[in-house]
Design a protein around this ligand. Structure first.
Ligand code: NAD
Length: 488
């Protein structure tokens, strides 16, 4: 057992794992630095490996029968208590996540962390409200039953780590599964605060565990443990493939919410001010948003007018410290990631694409990259076909609806799509024709937690959200009773 804790922005944070209701250390640690100032080391965090994965899964296996035997109403009490504690700790969690990941503090305080609490409430309530489908056919009464699936591994990325972890752990727990969460090594601290709240909420030991460490070490060990019955992953397509292989070896169902390269389509009949304002939002959080519409597809007749409005909106962005309410563009998460983004833009410009604005990092020793717009020479350009995951947009033009839909569907991704038009018929035809998990018409990032969420193509496998998630985290059974079966 270890009680190693550090102060991060005045908030006390444990640096160990949380296994079987206790803080546990490791023989080695990894370093966690702040993107707001890379010279600042926030913590040395426990570096789990095969051993920690083994004991965490054992804890989840041992806790599973009793947790699964509770009613959905009994589990709801725990999940609601945890939601209340998250709400009461929003300021502390936001402070830590801002220092650790550099998302804008105002967004974290007002929107993102509170969504964590809503995730727990929404799934607890949905599990209780479940009305099994019942029907008669072929001389039998039929119904659909859900049964908890078993110990579940949840692996999450470094962007919005608290919210994205709760998004997956909440339905897994509500469905009656026990959980081992592994947050990303570039922003591990806010999930550690979540574990303090799990402890305070009185969850039985082993029901909700967390291990810290590197993906290729503890992450790989977790997903290959044959005792795990569900794997839920959010991250890059490259890692998604590795996790799919591990899941296939043990025949374990998994969901993967992966990268995006969303088309952002602007028809000439759209409210161009609204479209430009929403397009400029793609630079928020340094563009590190999977759902972002990073491929602007603009009807040729409004290209100049739209570009002027977008440039004005981009110029209004303020790069700075994410804790300052005036800041709208935060630094990138990590020097390695900044280098990756720089590489994409350098190769794009060298290959003949047109740089419209931006195109380099801020001239200081920080991790800020300027909002950037590129007009590619062709749709095959690397910058069009690959997720950059930075403040970099491309812009292409089209002349017909069919061309817009073809371009929208012309990458291997399919996470999100946005269309701006005043013509509902045009929007509907686009909605039907585009291959994406979520399509927004004249809006962006509006989410209903009961709606399915996931990606097509290399943007993901499976759907979470609402009953889709609860079905995934359950064994769904068909129960058939011969009609004249007597009671007795
Ligand atoms: P990543 O794939 O590098 O890492 C994600 C997680 O997987 C981390 O916790 C990492 O430690 C772990 N991991 C790495 N290798 C592993 C392995 N071999 N076995 C098990 N676990 C392993 O992704 P990232 O860089 O942290 O996140 C950025 C990516 O996530 C982008 O592609 C982004 O679009 C995507 N993303 C998608 C969504 C969505 O909802 N679709 C949301 C947020 C981010």
């Amino acid at each position: 057992m270890t009680n190693d804790r550090v102060s991060v922005g005045g908030v006390d944070v444990a640096t160990g794992h949380f296994i079987n209701g206790e803080r546990v250390g490791s023989a080695t640690t990894f370093e966690d630095r702040s993107p707001l100032d890379w010279n600042v080391k926030l913590a040395e965090v426990a570096r789990g490996g095969a051993l920690e994965a083994e004991i965490a899964v054992t804890a989840a296996v041992n806790a599973f029968p009793a947790w699964a035997a509770l009613t959905t109403q009994e589990r709801q009490v725990y999940l609601h208590r945890l939601a209340g504690l998250i709400d009461a700790n929003i300021e502390r969690i936001a402070t830590v996540e801002c220092l650790d990941m550099a998302m804008l503090l105002e967004s974290l305080r007002l929107r993102v962390i509170g969504r964590g609490a809503r995730n727990f409430r929404a799934y607890a309530d949905l599990a209780v409200a479940y009305e099994p489908r019942r029907w008669d056919s072929n001389g039998t009464h039929n119904s659909v039953l859900r049964m908890p699936a078993g110990p579940t591994v949840v692996i999450t990325p470094w962007n919005a780590p608290f919210m994205l972890s709760t998004w997956k752990c909440a339905p897994a727990l509500a469905a009656g599964n026990t959980v081992v969460l592994k947050p990303a090594e570039w922003s591990p601290l806010s999930c550690s605060l979540l574990m303090d709240l799990v402890d305070e909420a009185g969850f039985p030991p082993g029901v909700f565990n967390m291990v810290q460490g590197l993906g290729e070490e503890v992450g790989a060990a977790l997903v290959s443990d044959p005792r795990v019955r569900r794997i839920s992953f959010t991250g890059s397509p490259e890692t998604g493939r590795l996790i799919g292989v591990a899941a296939a070896k043990n025949l374990v169902p998994f969901t993967a919410e992966l990268g995006g390269k969303g088309p952002f389509v602007v028809f000439a009949d759209a409210d161009l001010d609204l479209a430009a304002e929403k397009a400029a939002l793609m630079y928020d959080d340094a563009g590190q948003i999977c759902l972002a519409g990073t491929r602007l597809l603009v009807e040729a007749s409004c290209r100049d007018a739209f570009l002027q409005k977008l440039t004005d909106a981009a110029n209004r962005h303020v790069l700075g410290d994410s804790r300052d309410p005036k800041t709208t563009v935060s630094p990138m998460i990590h020097p390695e990631h900044l280098k990756r983004v720089e590489g994409f833009v350098e190769r794009s410009v060298a290959s003949g694409d047109t740089l419209v604005y931006g195109g380099h990092k801020l001239k200081n020793d920080g991790l800020w990259y300027l909002p950037t717009l590129i007009e590619p020479r062709s749709n095959d350009a690397e910058i069009v076909q690959h997720e950059v995951f930075g403040p970099v947009l491309t812009m292409q033009t089209f002349n017909t609806e069919a061309e817009a839909i073809n371009l929208a569907n012309s990458t291997p991704y399919g996470l999100s799509a946005m269309v701006f038009t005043s013509d509902q018929g045009k929007a509907n035809r686009f909605g039907e024709g585009v291959r994406a998990g979520t399509i927004w018409v004249n809006c962006f990032l509006v989410r209903d937690l009961t709606a399915p969420f996931g990606g097509a193509g290399i943007s993901g496998i499976g759907r979470e959200g609402g009953d889709y998630a609860l079905d995934f985290y359950s064994e769904v059974k068909t129960y058939q009773v011969k009609e004249d079966t007597t009671h007795g």
